[in-house]
Write a protein that binds this ligand. Sequence first.
Ligand SMILES: Cc1cc2nc3c(=O)[nH]c(=O)nc-3n(C[C@H](O)[C@H](O)[C@H](O)COP(=O)(O)O)c2cc1C
Length: 187
Amino acid sequence: MIKVAIIVGSTRPGRKADSVAHWVHDIAKKRGDAEYDIVDIQDFNLPLLDEPAPPSLGKYTQPHTLAWAAKVAAYDAYVFVTPEYNHSTSGALKNALDFVYGEWNNKAAGFVGYGSAGGVRAVEQLRLIAAELQMATVRAQVQLFLATDFEKYTVFKPDPSKEKTVSTLLDQVVSWGTALQTVRAKK
Ligand SMILES: Cc1cc2nc3c(=O)[nH]c(=O)nc-3n(C[C@H](O)[C@H](O)[C@H](O)COP(=O)(O)O)c2cc1C
């Protein structure tokens, strides 16, 4: 079975990202088609990128980079749970993506966005970033709206229909995540 990381994309105190990520994880765990873990970028205490060499060279020097690289390398596919900040993803998630390179390559990625407008603009930007990191991004995308999926804009109570979209997203992530193992095996 492939391994899929559900990445918590906000480090803000009081963030909604962790309840959204746990909801995705609860749905995923019931499937039995892959191993699903929550990966919280907050646990890695990444500073703003402080590596002297471009990450694409893989010459990591800092202990936090090595720990993050090892974590990212352990997975075949990712589900990014992202807030929308100023029509983009969070600075914390962008920084975590920038920190390493080869570990993301030839892996599958799906997106769960949330915000006033369902996180759609954050996800559009993440798709461009993922392309540069050589990730294959699946079409299905979960959009969660502060007005309708969070009670009083605060407590996460997703509309029940959203669960089906998570399942479709995971179907696609597992399918492409499995297929891309073949590509990595040839390297
Ligand atoms: C700095 C900042 C910028 C934001 N910009 C947008 C935005 O452009 N579009 C949007 O739909 N929501 C925006 N929001 C609302 C967030 O998506 C919402 O507060 C979300 O809960 C933040 O995720 P988090 O709680 O996990 O950090 C913004 C919030 C913050 C803190």
